[in-house]
Design a protein around this ligand. Structure first.
Ligand SMILES: [Zn+2]
Length: 163
């Protein structure tokens, strides 16, 4: 586990949103999340048919630069294997999440935390939990803003192993 988790933004994300997201993540995971700068998505990752960025290509770009344990929050819509998604994450590597279609900063924070949880070794959870998969907008609105007890226990075990 790194000393802190890196957070990149595309230049259009409002400070109000980014600050809220970082505070929310600090609360949920009890570790540091630090804004490290602006990253502009490369045009080669743009899918003009879907009018969205390809999440896998963007993540590959960041990984090829040696980045790990990072969150990249962008404003444009994302596609994964041709389907629209809120975000995409790979364990240990990083995650990219889109703020498009998110009505409030609370929803952005919840969705971001779900993907960050995956990077930090958590998996989808079936309980009433922040790690519940976002199958629809309704599940995102309804799911709680905290991890369930079993995910907290799991996360604490992962933390001990890495620190
Ligand atoms: Zn859970």
């Amino acid at each position: 586990m790194p000393r802190y988790f890196k957070v990149y933004y595309c230049e259009r994300i409002a400070d109000e949103v980014s600050e809220h997201v970082e505070n929310f993540l600090n609360d949920v995971f009890q570790m540091q999340f630090r804004s490290v700068g602006v990253r502009i998505p490369r045009q080669v990752a743009w899918n003009s048919e879907r009018n969205a960025f390809d999440a896998k290509i963007l993540l590959e770009n960041a990984k090829s630069e040696g980045l790990s344990f990072f969150l990249w929050l962008i404003e444009k819509t994302l596609v994964l294997d041709g389907r629209y998604v809120f975000g995409y994450a790979e364990a240990i590597k990083g995650t990219i999440v889109s703020t498009s279609r998110m009505a409030t900063r609370t929803l952005v924070a919840k969705e971001v935390a779900f993907h960050v949880g995956k990077v930090l070794g958590l998996q989808q959870c079936k309980d009433n939990c922040l790690m519940k998969e976002t199958t629809s907008f309704e599940t995102l609105i309804q799911k709680p803003s905290a991890l369930c007890n079993s995910c907290i226990a799991k996360f604490n075990r992962v933390k001990i192993r890495y620190i």
